[in-house]
Design a protein around this ligand. Structure first.
Ligand code: MN
Ligand code: MN
Length: 458
């Protein structure tokens, strides 16, 4: 079937990158990305990884070097590389988020119930609770003791490690639960992570009240020098255990936890580290707290980006006003989009849905119910970007997140727009977003790195 010469259809990125050399490069990039998301499952681990790679590339806190990174509390980080153009022409900024949905331990988590000691949790971000049952979980996080020392925790990832889990109800006794709505059937207060099962051995006639919790406290003290009260000042996260993997016989999909939005963190970092000497000053901003609304000192609604931009202006601005720099800055809100779900196509409006394998996806606005809560991108910015990508033969697509009035979501775009920047959401599509095993396309990752690099070099 042929179509009119001026009709528009997005291009499949696998057709664009079809040479053996390109396929080898796609595979190699994907393999490195899988290692990254297997190793970095929290915002702290991600910021540490980013800082380590930047350090190798000569980034530090000295503005005279032209390559700076400014981390904040180990949870978010601003990065800038000086260009040759005056700062009054604005920056090219890519912003992504390093936090992901998970189960946080409560501040007094430890309980004993019949046969087990558990940790009570309070979920972080948008999760479908049933997806977290009956699967291996790992614990990542920090505990701060009352003397100020830090215990770093990462248990459940190495081959010799134990894992943790939340048991699900057996089908034999789920008749009542089966008749409930999903919202009612899975209670947040039942998301209790099993940490132990054996009771503390005791002298005859001297059984403690909670022997299994007692055993757990014993191990915590012996192995980690941690006491129960130390959990009060802890950030302990239960995340899906195990490594990210290639998916499918063609190994063209990438499956793993936390790809929203670490795929954009990885792509933006790759783009920066492989970019030519930029004309504009370029910057990356990796935030925390996006999944719970971007509030907090390390979230996008904070003043941190402005403080960093003030430092940049003071060092490299040659007298340019901060307002002038902000208003001239062009930004990509690098976040993922919802791919057309093959089994739930009815929640999408197909002509305006993102497709896996069609390159990074523009989203002109997010929000819901009539674009409410969105910072809509300017048509001029979209025109400039698609013109550039068409010239460079980089595949891209454009989509909305789902049918109108079906739901919706938000990103950090509106916080960048509040500074006066021109900004648009732009990132790869995912299947199963926010699940413990999200899917991305290897070719989309490859195309996204190319697209981000072209933006930084533009
Ligand atoms: Mn996201
Ligand atoms: Mn998200």
């Amino acid at each position: 079937m042929s179509q009119h010469a001026t009709a528009y259809t997005p291009r499949n990125a696998w057709d664009v990158y079809a040479t053996p050399e390109e396929r080898t490069a796609i595979r190699a990039l994907a393999a490195r990305y899988l290692q990254f998301i297997s190793a970095c499952k929290t915002e702290r681990e991600t910021v540490d990884y980013v800082a380590a790679r930047l350090m190798e590339a000569g980034y530090g806190n000295d503005f005279t070097s032209g390559k700076v990174m400014l981390p904040l509390r180990g949870k978010c980080i601003f990065i800038a590389r000086r260009g040759t153009a005056p700062l009054s022409e604005g920056l090219h900024l890519i912003a992504a988020h390093a936090d992901t949905p998970r189960l946080d331990f409560k501040q007094r988590p430890l309980i004993e119930q019949p046969g087990v000691a558990q940790a009570k949790t309070h979920y972080y971000g948008g999760i479908r609770k049933y997806q977290w049952l009956a699967r291996p979980l790992a614990l990542h996080g920090v505990l701060i003791r009352s003397d100020g020392t830090t215990v770093r925790v990462r248990v459940g990832e190495d081959a010799g490690d134990p894992v943790f889990t939340i048991a699900d109800l057996l089908p034999h006794l789920a008749q009542k639960q089966n008749t409930q709505t999903v919202a009612d059937a899975f209670e947040a207060e039942k998301l209790n992570v099993i940490l132990g099962h054996s009771p503390l051995p005791t002298a005859d006639g001297d059984a403690p009240g909670e022997p299994i919790k007692g055993q757990l406290l014993d191990i915590l003290l012996r192995k980690y020098d941690v006491r129960e009260e130390d959990f009060v000042s802890a950030e302990m996260q239960a995340v899906p255990a195990g490594e990210a993997r290639f998916v499918g016989l063609d190994e063209a999909l990438l499956g793993g936890y936390g790809q929203d939005d670490r795929i954009c963190v990885f792509a933006a970092l790759e783009a920066l580290l492989t970019a030519e000497e930029p004309r504009h000053t370029v910057a990356l901003m990796f935030w925390d707290k996006e999944e719970i609304g971007s509030d907090g000192a390390t979230g996008a609604s904070s003043s941190f980006l402005r403080y960093c931009m003030e430092d940049v202006a003071a060092a490299w601005g040659e007298g340019a006003r901060i307002s002038q720099i902000m208003l001239a800055t062009r930004a990509l809100s690098a976040d993922v989009n919802a791919a057309l779900d093959p089994d739930h196509q009815e929640v999408h409006e197909k002509q305006n849905a993102a497709m896996l394998g069609f390159g990074p996806c523009f989203c002109k606005f997010t929000g819901s119910r009539g674009k409410y809560g969105a910072s809509e991108a300017d048509a001029e910015l979209l025109g400039w970007l698609r013109g550039m990508y068409n010239r460079l033969n980089i595949p891209w697509q454009i989509a909305e997140c789902g049918r109108v009035d079906q739901g919706g979501g938000g990103t950090v775009a509106l916080f960048l727009a509040a500074h006066g920047m021109q900004v648009i959401d732009f990132g790869p599509a995912l299947l199963g977003m926010h699940s413990p095993f999200e899917l991305s396309s290897a070719v989309d990752l490859f195309a996204t790195v190319r697209a981000y690099r072209a933006f930084l070099e533009a």
